[in-house]
Design a protein around this ligand. Structure first.
Ligand code: GLN
Length: 195
């Protein structure tokens, strides 16, 4: 069984933890750099990316996560976590990990509807049609530009909302807020590939 960390600075980390446990993983709430050593993979949850980025730097976790990522540890950023993975964030100088060759646009799906759920087609997890993935968006970002090494895995209204670059995965939606565990299983398959 894998040990998966969930960055627990702020935001939706408990729900990720429960989903991971239901899939037989050991889940660890990560607050200190030393905890990264025992992990097979790490999830960066949704929340407020400016706050999470600042706390991550205060605790020395940014440098430590970059080091583990350079060794090949899989990372999955969801919503605010997507923003933290991005090399570029439109109109923002906020702190980030800057690992994926993507440009993130924050709060990108309009102000009138802050949160919504849609059935998303994601061929990589066999989601589509009747078996579409229930994707929950909450003041979500999207990926405006992606470099040549980035695989686009799903789009909504022509905007990229799920992408992968090797052992790095970024989703604009909140996969921990549904009972559908296919996205978590996809990430665990990435972890298995590296192990
Ligand atoms: N809008 C938030 C941000 O920019 C992200 C929202 C979320 O994670 N649900 O940090």
């Amino acid at each position: 069984a894998f040990t998966i960390g969930v960055l627990a600075m702020q935001g939706a980390f408990r729900e990720h933890e429960q989903m991971l446990q239901s899939l037989g993983c050991a889940a660890v709430q990560v607050r200190q750099p030393e905890q990264l050593d025992e992990l097979d993979g790490l999830i960066l949850p949704g929340g407020e990316s400016t706050t999470i980025g600042k706390l991550m730097a205060d605790f020395g976790l940014d440098t430590a996560i970059r080091e583990r990522a350079a060794q090949g540890m899989p990372l999955w950023g969801t919503c605010a976590g997507l923003i933290l993975l991005a090399q570029r964030i439109e109109r923002s100088e906020q702190k980030r990990l800057g690992l994926m060759d993507i440009t993130a646009v924050r709060n990108a799906f309009g102000r009138q509807v802050d949160s919504f759920e849609i059935g998303l087609a994601i061929p990589a997890i066999d989601a589509g049609g009747e078996s579409a993935y229930p994707a929950v968006f909450i003041r979500a970002p999207y990926i405006a530009e992606a470099g040549p090494d980035v695989q686009i895995l799903a789009q909504h209204e022509g905007k990229t909302v799920l992408a992968r670059q090797g052992h790095l995965l970024a989703s604009a939606f909140h996969p921990e807020l549904t009972k559908d565990n296919r996205m978590h299983r996809y990430f665990l398959a990435m972890v298995a590939e590296q192990a």
